[in-house]
Design a protein around this ligand. Structure first.
Ligand code: PMT
Length: 425
């Protein structure tokens, strides 16, 4: 049997020792579930499978028992007079679980769970699961079925109960048609579970939200070998990306040149100049829920960078600089209701008013005034001193914190804004 994979940092191995129930319903995507169970086991989880009668038509109980190394749970009623049978296992196993995944979830099971029916082991586990434990539901069915009012209503009921419903993907369906309805691949399901567990099972308003973060410096070419830049290390932006991913957000990190590892679960886009950062960012302007500008973007760039290497001579050299586009201001101005724009303002001690001015002119929902001294706060160092200023004037002064802790406090404040601005918790 496979040994747990431990090649990520300990913090990232949230599945080690976790008890996971995988509920499998009757859809063609069930054929992928032995692989899902195997991936969970490889990450160190203890896995028990609840298979519905429909599920058993698509995937073999023997395969699931073999990969999970546990009996598969199906019927509520074990044969009478069976010595050693645990007659209350539907309760004890619900209590045992740290999380429940239902993949694929059919229209029938969604209806049963939303109505509180309890006639097989999967629905029993669902009802007996401890409050606060993550339930991740992956509906997979024909696109028309998925969009039908009854399926949508049942999913809304389950979401209101705190379940996380992960939309199916588009692609080729069993019917031969193309459209919405495919179950995500097993590694994506594992990824979603890891994110949910990272956040302690608590449901964050940022869960499954699209968050775009800019980080690091930009480089503006003077010639083929020289550039204008600044001291930004990217640490602050990367810390925000790491924490947002832990809260279950889908994070895109657009970063200038830095020497940092990509945080777990984050999708990274490397750019060099402000123009490249602008172009990469614009692709997400209409689709993201949250845009956070933590990058130190050069306000100016040389008007006409020299192709080769500028040669030294006796005369003065004058560089003409032209303004770069203001990425965050552009997003702030065109964001739709429900989208949030968050910025930073790196200023010296007296810069609070300047930060407030940037909040207003860039039409932001929150700005982090970043005190700058290069010893305890600002560029390169591992700590930061932020003052969070909200649109309605509410101001929260944070003490000197590590950049990780400052990122967490910033995201806590953003979570508080979500209900006010339309990102649904
Ligand atoms: O990377 P580190 O070494 O960890 O340092 C972190 C940091 C100090 C760079 C970071 O915490 C920070 O304060 N970033 C903003 C730096 C800044 O001075 O921004 P600004 O005042 O020039 O711009 C205000 C806001 O508009 C920022 O959110 C910025 O990302 C954004 N902006 C600015 C100019 C521009 N052309 N496009 C932008 O999007």
């Amino acid at each position: 049997m496979d040994k747990p994979i431990c090649n990520k940092s300990l913090e990232d191995n949230v599945l080690i020792g976790k008890n996971i129930i995988v509920g499998i319903c009757g859809g063609i995507a069930a054929y992928k579930t032995p692989h899902l169970v195997r991936l969970l086991k490889k990450r160190g989880a203890n896995v028990r499978v609840a298979l519905t009668e429909g599920g058993a038509r698509f995937v073999s109980e023997l395969a699931l028992a073999t990969v999970s190394q546990e009996p598969v749970y199906r019927t509520m009623f074990p044969p009478a007079n069976t010595a050693g049978t645990d007659y209350t296992r539907h309760i004890s196993l619900g209590e045992w679980a740290d999380a429940l995944i239902i993949a694929p979830a059919t229209a029938n099971t969604l209806a049963k769970l939303s109505a509180g029916l309890c006639d097989d082991m999967l629905s029993a586990f669902f009802i007996t699961l401890r409050p606060g434990k993550p339930v991740l539901i992956f509906p997979a069915m024909d696109g028309q079925m998925f969009l039908s009012p009854s399926v949508q209503r049942n999913m809304a009921t389950l979401a209101a109960q705190g379940c996380t419903i992960i939309s199916p993907e588009s692609g080729e369906l069993a019917s031969g048609q193309c459209g919405l309805g495919r179950m995500p691949e097993p590694d994506a399901i594992v990824n979603s579970l890891e994110k949910a567990l990272h956040y302690g099972g608590k449901s964050s308003p940022l869960y499954d939200k699209s968050v775009v973060i800019t980080a690091g410096p930009t480089r503006e070419k003077i010639d083929g070998v020289r550039f204008i830049s600044n001291y930004s290390s990217g640490k602050m932006g990367f810390a925000i990306a790491r924490d947002a991913a832990k809260r279950g957000a889908r994070v895109t990190l657009i970063t200038g040149p830095v020497n940092l590892e990509t945080p777990f679960g984050v999708s990274r886009i490397d750019v060099e100049s402000a123009a490249e950062m602008h172009e990469a960012s614009r692709k997400f302007f209409t689709s993201c829920d949250l845009f956070i500008g933590a990058a130190a973007v050069s306000d100016y760039r040389p008007a006409s960078p020299y192709e080769g290497k500028l040669k030294k001579n006796d005369r003065e050299l004058q560089l003409t600089l032209v303004q770069n586009p203001d990425i965050l201001a552009e997003f702030g101005m065109q964001k739709a209701s429900g989208q949030l724009a968050i910025g930073f303002a790196l200023e010296t001690q007296t810069g609070l008013d300047k930060a407030r001015e940037k909040l207003a002119t860039k039409n932001l929902d929150l700005i982090a005034f970043n005190f700058f001294d290069r010893l305890t706060s600002g560029f390169e160092v591992d700590t930061n001193i932020l003052t969070l200023i909200e649109r309605d004037g509410v101001t929260t002064e944070l003490p000197q914190l590590t950049k990780d802790a400052a990122a967490a406090r910033l995201l806590d404040a953003i979570e508080q804004l979500c209900p006010k601005t339309g990102i649904n918790p």
